[in-house]
Design a protein around this ligand. Structure first.
Ligand code: FAD
Length: 506
């Protein structure tokens, strides 16, 4: 099996997009099949060697950053299998190291759509399942979890599991029993915490009464097993998509527009069953926010961004030749009602123009990351979501607190799901300390309103204190006990989600 231990060759596996420092490993192994992954894991359990699974390293919480042991790189697991049409869509099988964008293009070439779309398209399919990634289209289509039909997973002792949705469920007492090929029955107990009622949530293990065992692995951040193969559900490719970046002079108008667009979209989806063929309703697939600071950042690289605006919304909606005019009129009418600056706004109804708008949106995190790298600091980046009714006050709290702080910041993201990212950009160590204090205050506030500490990025190693604030020590002990049932030697993804001391206590 390909193995690398030369410092230059393995340097890129010691960090991820969080820029977390201090990672180290003896070697990186590159299995090319599930059988080779099983070999690595069986050997690691036998020798008590910690293993950290590496996807593409686009994670932003240090999840793939190793602190000792070996790194298991998934990039040679890169085959796309069958792409199958079924009525109303289809499904496809692919290995964990397939780049998400490659997968999306392969299914699109067959007239199908794989909706999960984190803004960073270079991630691997396995990494997106391990983090239950979501993105702009989650507002309409849900998260990665909603598309996973089957997973092949190598457990830490090398045993291979093939789990299909609907096959194994937790019982009423929260017990999971999984018969394994070796004849052993794996028994685990679900933690007893309740997940928050936010539209998105990616903090800690997914837990629900009578849950499907497949859902335990989705979002488990490399702690329960190595995902080697994925079968994902696909939808029909939409005929076309209408997209716009619309600017507002007043934030009150912007927020009222978002509320109205969300309400109309949900109404359209509810009415979907009763609508006649050819009739269309306004139904956003994405509703994304840029605050004034984000626009100022982007204006430095793009002179077309208007000055003196309060913020902007990026929206997308599926259209066809039959519905294009009707839906364009519906969006323009809603925008006019809420005083959008239509003359300054940008719209796209073809793939090239739409890609330009998506690239514009993608530029923000990229530019922010470049800026922070130049200042030799780490950005302090939030990922909280709150229930619908709590969002306007949460946004106001972010803005008032940050303006008063004198720190540089941007606020942007998935406003349709009440989930915006605050990126605080410290220029030096003193500002970094103030930024971390503010982060903690924001987490407290989000939790007090019934929110989540992570809506999409997961916990990894960097956000562990916030998971602890959210669920408390007892829940972390129960999570560690669940992990122990899958990984008795405690070798896989050590330090992800909870500190290692919880493993020794469980
Ligand atoms: C600019 C930018 C924008 C982003 N926007 C979004 C966004 O909109 N939405 C979103 O959800 N995320 C976003 N992300 C985060 C990131 O793209 C996701 O977390 C991605 O899903 C991680 O995939 P990866 O292959 O890079 O995994 P890695 O970073 O390599 O690993 C992530 C975690 O998954 C584990 N893992 C990886 N592969 C496997 C496997 N095969 N089996 C088991 N565990 C595994 C690792 O051990 C680690 O804990 C963004 C990141 C960047 C840099």
């Amino acid at each position: 099996m390909l193995t690398k231990s030369n410092a230059d060759e393995i340097a890129s596996y010691l960090t991820d997009a969080s820029n977390m420092q201090g990672g180290h490993t003896a070697r990186v192994v590159f299995p090319a099949s599930t059988a080779e992954v099983a070999e690595v894991m069986a050997d690691a359990t036998r020798t008590g060697t910690p293993v950290t699974i590496s996807g593409a390293g686009t994670g932003v919480t240090g999840g793939r950053v190793p602190f000792g042991g070996v790194v298991l790189a998934t990039e040679r697991l890169a085959r796309i299998g069958d792409i199958v049409h079924e009525s109303g869509g289809g499904y496809a099988t692919a290995e964990a190291g397939v780049v998400l964008q490659t997968f999306q293009r392969a299914v699109a070439a067959q007239g199908l759509l794989y909706p999960p779309d984190p803004t960073e398209w270079s991630c691997y399919l396995g990494g997106t399942v391990a983090t239950n990634a979501s993105g702009a289209r989650t507002f309409k289509y849900g998260t990665t979890r909603d598309y996973i039909r089957r997973l092949k997973i190598v457990l830490p002792d090398g045993e291979v599991l093939d789990v299909r949705r609907g096959e194994w469920r937790a019982d009423d007492a929260g017990q999971v029993r999984l018969p394994l090929a070796s004849g052993r029955v794996l028994v685990a107990h679900l933690p007893r915490y309740q997940m928050p009622r936010t539209r998105k949530h990616a903090a800690g293990y997914f837990i629900a009464p009578g849950m499907d065992v497949l859902d335990l692995f989705i979002g488990s951040e490399g702690t329960l097993g190595v995902i080697t193969e994925i079968e994902a559900a696909l939808l029909p490719q939409p005929a076309n998509v209408l997209a716009g970046i619309v600017f507002f002079a007043s934030e009150t108008d912007l927020l009222a527009f978002v509320r109205a667009a969300r309400a109309q979209s949900l109404q359209t989806r509810q009415a979907g069953q009763t609508r006649q063929a050819g009739e269309a309703g306004l139904d956003a697939q994405a509703l994304e926010y840029f605050d004034a600071e984000s626009l100022a950042f982007l204006r430095e690289h793009n002179a077309r961004v208007p000055a003196d605006v309060a913020g902007a919304i990026f929206f997308e909606q599926q259209i066809s030749d039959d519905t294009e005019d009707e839906l364009m009129t519906a969006w323009l009418s809603l925008l006019e009602t809420h005083q959008a600056l239509l003359d300054d706004s940008w719209f796209a109804t073809n793939a090239n123009d739409r890609q330009a708008l998506r690239d514009f949106r993608h530029q923000l995190p990229v530019r922010v990351n470049e800026w922070i790298a130049r200042h030799g600091q780490r950005k302090v980046s939030t990922d909280m979501a709150v229930p619908d009714e709590a969002f306007p006050a949460m946004l106001r709290c972010y803005q008032d607190t940050l303006r008063a702080s004198g720190l540089r910041y941007v606020i942007f993201g998935h406003i349709g799901d009440n989930h915006v990212h605050v990126n605080i950009l410290p220029r030096d160590a003193a500002e970094a300390a103030s930024a971390r204090d503010l982060y903690r205050q924001f987490v407290e506030r989000a939790l007090a309103t019934g929110g989540t500490v992570s809506a999409e990025h997961g916990i990894g190693k960097l956000k562990r204190p916030y998971l602890q604030m959210m669920y408390g020590d007892q829940a972390l002990r129960e999570m560690a006990a669940l992990k122990r049932a899958f990984d008795p030697a405690g070798i896989l993804g050590r330090g992800n989600m909870f500190a290692e001391e919880f493993l020794s206590e469980s």
